[in-house]
Design a protein around this ligand. Structure first.
Ligand code: AMP
Ligand code: ZN
Length: 138
């Protein structure tokens, strides 16, 4: 994709602080880190969303993210981490080349998801679970 910033990083057309590269994936520091050592893992093939990735690539991505997360924790001294993935504008996706965020976390780092949970009406949760389950088995 000619206008994709992550494809440009893959091609070396724009710089990045690369932490890992193999024949399928690239990992580099996020330019606007939530914490120091915030890494993005991307496939070398352009795919907009997680749902656009072939199964074999997706299956290889999580073990790699886990390895990189361990390295990030070791180097940064962070105790914990989040994996984060955005799919679509409403989910906060800004770069439309699938990526996994690895975000090291420290005690008191102030990052909060500030969740405001919604409530289910009586019977709504079981009805919804059943409908999703039906799609899964259809
Ligand atoms: P998302 O909101 O999930 O699409 O996240 C996109 C991420 O890409 C953001 O955290 C940006 O800071 C990061 N980003 C955008 N451009 C670059 C770049 N040139 N190098 C490194 N990270 C970038
Ligand atoms: Zn791309």
């Amino acid at each position: 994709m000619d206008d994709c910033i992550f494809c440009k990083i893959i091609k070396g057309d724009i710089p990045a602080d690369v932490v890992y590269r193999d024949e399928r994936f690239l990992a580099f520091l996020d330019i606007r880190p939530i914490n120091r050592g915030h890494v993005l893992v991307i496939p070398l093939v352009h795919a907009e969303r997680l749902t656009d990735l072939p199964d074999d690539l997706l299956a290889a991505e999580l073990p790699l993210a886990r390895r990189i997360a361990s390295a990030v924790l070791e180097v940064t001294g962070a105790t914990d981490f989040n994996l984060f993935n955005t799919n679509g504008v409403e989910a906060g996706q800004e770069v439309f080349h699938h990526h996994i965020h690895i975000i090291p976390r420290h005690a008191g780092d102030g990052l909060t998801f500030n969740l405001n949970p919604v409530s289910y009406n009586e019977g709504e949760a079981s009805e919804l679970a059943g409908r999703i389950g039906n799609v899964m088995t259809s």
